[in-house]
Design a protein around this ligand. Structure first.
Ligand code: HEC
Ligand code: HEC
Ligand code: HEC
Ligand code: HEC
Ligand code: HEC
Length: 216
């Protein structure tokens, strides 16, 4: 029988199919390990003032609740109004040009337009107070805010991210006094996890993954 392809073409086809296979394997790995898509860490958006958590939280030691006043009490953490900034900046840097948007906001009574860093779709129900009063620290979802000169997002906020904790919250919980602090944490020991789950009275896995918990 006459050869349909010469040897060169056969070789090229073999090499070609091996490369295709390797690319397919690489893509599966990239998908499995979440490389590239979707991006977990966002670039910080443009803001009216270059507000730095690193300076205010780490260097000046201001507690989250000083500015995010409703984080323990309501679903919404709260974005500080200009008068909260003015408790310090009516004196500190009061003539610096960088602060003009803040001064203007005080003059006009209009709030500063901070661009949202995190924004869940409207069909998802989320509640800060439920998490914060049940031992989930800010750091677990927002990362080391105290090391951010500009605020960025560090988690995807995808459903599977929420669910991965809801299926097994134990390793993510801390004692009440540790919710607002930022530092490297060792995962709780199994005994500690059991104690924390009981202390906070966390519902069972079935209720924690019920669709209607987050889609109401
Ligand atoms: C001095 C006031 C102040 C303090 C203290 C402070 N923040 Fe903020 N925070 C802000 C301001 C202003 C913004 C909006 C600008 C920005 O995104 O950087 C903000 C934004 C954020 C955002 C992003 C909100 C969004 O748009 O999605 C997170 C998350 C956050 N803060 C967490 C924290 C945590 C955690 C702490 C404590 C460790 C903290 N903040 C302490 C003032 C403060
Ligand atoms: C409790 C006092 C206090 C409050 C409240 C406060 N700041 Fe500051 N801010 C400081 C201090 C102190 C510095 C000097 C930063 C440093 O070098 O540690 C500073 C620095 C800054 C700077 C200069 C850039 C930088 O980070 O060095 C900006 C911009 C700023 N603050 C914005 C704000 C805004 C916006 C608010 C309100 C959301 C706010 N601050 C609330 C104390 C405060
Ligand atoms: C279980 C995860 C989780 C924890 C814990 C958490 N946050 Fe958030 N945070 C989110 C999500 C998700 C959003 C976006 C909410 C939305 O878009 O409706 C958000 C948004 C914010 C915002 C923007 C305003 C708002 O409420 O939408 C601020 C400010 C904030 N968080 C601060 C904090 C602080 C301070 C703490 C700790 C006291 C904290 N967060 C703990 C997940 C968390
Ligand atoms: C790191 C762990 C963790 C992550 C991440 C997390 N949660 Fe939770 N969530 C908890 C725990 C613990 C509770 C139980 C609190 C309780 O008993 O009310 C909870 C409770 C809830 C509740 C019930 C609140 C109520 O009023 O009963 C909702 C709704 C919820 N989470 C939504 C979300 C959504 C949406 C996300 C993702 C954007 C998310 N959670 C991410 C740990 C987490
Ligand atoms: C712990 C909170 C939580 C629970 C429980 C949950 N979801 Fe979600 N869901 C989310 C979040 C957050 C999003 C938006 C982010 C995303 O699209 O991944 C979402 C998005 C979705 C979407 C839109 C997907 C898309 O690509 O736009 C559907 C459909 C959905 N959920 C169905 C369900 C169903 C069905 C269940 C029950 C089996 C469920 N969810 C349970 C948090 C939750």
């Amino acid at each position: 029988m006459a050869q349909v392809f010469d040897r060169g073409t056969v070789l090229a086809l073999r090499v070609g199919s091996i490369i295709l296979l390797l690319v397919a394997v690489a893509l599966v790995f990239a998908w499995r390990w979440g490389i590239g898509y979707p991006q977990a860490r966002s670039a910080p958006p443009h803001q009216p003032l270059p507000f730095s958590h690193q300076h205010h939280v780490r260097d000046d030691g201001i507690d989250c609740r000083y500015c995010h006043t409703s984080v323990e009490k309501s679903g919404f953490a709260g974005i500080p109004s200009s008068d909260i900034c003015m408790t310090c900046h009516s004196q500190l840097f009061k003539d610096v040009a960088l602060f003009e948007p803040l001064r203007q906001s005080m003059r006009t009574g209009n709030r500063l337009h901070w661009t949202r860093v995190h924004d869940l779709p409207d069909f998802v129900f989320f509640d800060h107070s439920a998490h914060v009063t049940h031992g989930v620290p800010c750091q677990e979802c927002h990362g080391r805010i105290d090391q951010m000169p500009l605020t960025a997002r560090v988690k995807t906020l995808e459903m599977r991210w929420c669910l991965s904790c809801h299926r097994d919250p134990g390793p993510h919980l801390v004692k009440p006094g540790d919710v607002f602090t930022m530092h490297t944490r060792e995962p709780a020991t199994p005994a500690d996890q059991k104690a924390l789950l009981a202390y906070y009275n966390i519902p069972d896995r079935r209720r924690m993954t019920d669709c209607s918990l987050c889609h109401r």
